[in-house]
Design a binder for this molecule. Structure first.
Ligand SMILES: Cc1cc2nc3c(=O)[nH]c(=O)nc-3n(C[C@H](O)[C@H](O)[C@H](O)COP(=O)(O)OP(=O)(O)OC[C@H]3O[C@@H](n4cnc5c(N)ncnc54)[C@H](O)[C@@H]3O)c2cc1C
Length: 431
């Protein structure tokens, strides 16, 4: 990593956090004779235009605060598949003004059916039988990101802006160096840069840990309409499980999680990915295989699954000074509860409200607002990370005796959906 040339000049304090000024701001370029680079000044920089970054930017904007979003890619991550969002995710999307727009495009999922690999039904649930207020929809990540980005001013996201280096200055500002050599000086940095967050690394967090299984995902396309009930179908095998869920009238999301002693090499060749998925579930129910056959190459991806446990005392804090972590950058969790993106949305709304209070009413400092965000969110995300991991362990069992107990006793007789989805209850302070 390149080392940032320390700045040897002082600048007037340009940041009084008047929200009106922030929204209309133009980048200010200062010429530095010594380092011979321009340093752009920004008030609030969000690193990463994923779900956390865009939701935070939209939420701040609704509170009258502008921000600059830096994204390493040259466009929004428009490939990829789908995410299941539960009622906690939807309540945040409603609060930031995009819920109804998204709701129109994605089917409401009524329940789930769990089957053995031979196709025998083990159990079925209706979400609303357990909780009238539950709302479950699988959304296309592409549409979710585009919808959020469309709420922002056209120049709010700066693409091809990969953060390479970060450094705090003595005056509390943060210096960000991008891959192309651009330097930005920010008052506040909100790091939403995902599982491999360079900002989290800089703050002392270890890499997220591989949990022993990988996921294949894809989005089947049925040009004449997909034939499935609006339910999630799960199929549990030995050391492998799969599922599919209708997303829209023409699209069906599917996944396969399979044990693998190592994350394996990164594979991008679609024909290899397709062949590997087929081998994993060769004799499984035909519906799954048909959806996989109707999946365009560019939507099939393979991801090693990881998480990071935020142990009290041992884990670094979620913030240092005026730099804070949000979403996967802080608390990567396995997708077994479908809560990673939902929690990123929750983070976004809690953080933006606290930051707005600090900037606009100056009731607390930014640093204290970030501490308060961490206190409020840690008790929510740490147990969920562990729970998601534990559920994954149970579902990835490969011992035939244990799998038989799971499929014939635990799932049909012991599992109750209500308590399983209690974590989707989420209250937050409205705007
Ligand atoms: C197999 C699987 C299934 C899942 N299913 C669900 C589900 O059903 N429901 C659910 O709620 N969650 C699910 N998740 C979790 C969900 O995908 C994540 O929790 C969510 O994407 C986190 O959003 P984020 O914005 O924090 O990170 P990301 O979505 O990873 O976004 C990070 C962004 O930061 C950018 N970035 C990274 N580094 C830099 C840099 N140096 N400079 C600039 N930009 C940078 C990246 O390009 C990216 O755009 C699933 C995850 C997996 C792996």
């Amino acid at each position: 990593m390149a080392i940032i040339v320390p700045l040897t000049f002082s600048t007037p304090n340009l940041f009084s956090f008047n929200p009106k000024r922030i929204i209309r701001k133009k980048p200010i370029c200062l010429s530095i004779v010594k380092a011979q680079v321009d340093v752009k000044k920004e008030d609030i920089v969000i690193v990463g235009a994923g779900i956390a970054g865009l939701a935070t930017a939209v939420s701040l904007q609704r509170l009258g605060i502008g921000s600059k979003v830096l994204e390493q890619a040259d466009s929004l991550r428009t490939g990829g598949t789908s995410l299941t969002l539960f009622k906690n995710g939807w309540s945040v999307l409603d609060a930031i003004g995009v819920g109804s727009q998204l709701r129109k495009q994605f089917l409401e999922i009524q329940g789930m059916v769990i089957k053995s690999e031979e196709g025998r039904e083990l159990r079925s649930f209706n979400f609303k039988d357990e909780d009238e207020s539950q709302e479950v929809r699988a959304v296309e990540r592409r549409i979710l990101l585009e919808t959020l980005a469309n709420q922002l001013p056209p120049d709010a996201i700066s693409f091809s802006s990969k953060l390479e280096n970060i450094q705090t200055k003595e005056n509390g500002e943060t210096l960000l160096e991008l891959q192309d050599g651009t330097q930005l000086c920010a008052q506040v940095v909100i790091a939403c840069d995902g599982i491999r967050s360079p900002v989290a690394k800089w703050m002392g967090f270890p890499d997220a840990k591989y949990v022993g299984y990988c996921a294949f995902r894809g989005l089947g396309f049925f040009p004449d309409g997909q034939p499935f009930q609006p339910k999630v179908d799960y199929i549990y095998g030995k050391g492998i499980r799969a599922g599919y869920v209708p997303v829209s009238p023409t699209k069906v999301y599917w996944f396969i999680c399979f044990n693998s002693s190592s994350p394996g090499p990164k594979i991008t060749d679609p024909s290899v990915l397709r062949q590997q998925t087929k081998e994993l579930v060769r004799n499984w129910p035909s519906d799954l295989l048909n959806i996989m056959d109707l999946t365009p190459d560019d939507t099939i991806i393979r991801t090693p699954l990881v998480d990071r446990w935020l142990w009290p005392v041992v884990s670094p804090s979620a913030s240092t000074g005026k730099v804070v972590l949000v979403g996967d950058a802080w608390h990567p969790m396995t997708p077994n509860l479908g809560q990673g993106a939902c929690c990123a949305l929750e983070d976004a709304i809690v953080l933006s409200k606290k930051l707005a209070d600090a900037l606009q009413y100056k009731t607390v400092s930014v640093e204290d607002a970030f501490k308060s965000y961490e206190e409020e969110r840690w008790g929510r995300v740490f147990p969920l990370t562990i729970r998601a991991n534990a559920v994954g362990k149970l579902l990835q069992w490969d011992n035939p005796v244990l799998c038989s107990v799971r499929n014939n006793i635990v799932i049909p007789k012991l599992v109750r959906l209500g308590p399983m989805l209690e974590h989707t209850n989420f209250e937050f302070e409205r705007y």
